[in-house]
Ligand binder design. Structure first.
Ligand SMILES: [Zn+2]
Length: 99
């Protein structure tokens, strides 16, 4: 539970999958609560879902909103989000895929 599944058209999916390449050198994005975060979420197609409270932490399952986003990371090609608890970011780092 808590894994955001991306269910969009092929074109949208391609856009989502391409965007993380910009972040290749830092697979895990330590979220910063400013315009940068908003832009990253928009690039990933997650912004509206986060604002709407539709995204859960990939680790603990708590709902994540704009002020509680902790880390964004990709695992097996899917973008996942954790809340701002240190343990959740730590778990994300421990389980992330480097592929
Ligand atoms: Zn969490």
């Amino acid at each position: 539970m808590g894994v955001l599944t991306l269910d969009h058209s092929d074109a949208r999916r391609e856009q989502i999958m391409l965007t993380p390449k910009r972040w290749r050198d830092r697979t895990i994005i330590r979220a910063v609560h400013d315009d940068d975060l908003e832009q990253v979420l928009r690039d990933l197609g997650l912004f509206s879902a986060v604002v709407a409270g539709e995204v859960d932490c990939a680790v603990c399952g708590n709902p994540v909103n704009l002020s509680t986003v902790g880390c964004l990371f990709s695992k097996l090609g899917e973008v996942q989000v954790t809340c701002c608890q240190e343990k959740c970011c730590a778990a994300a780092m421990a389980t992330r895929s480097d592929a």
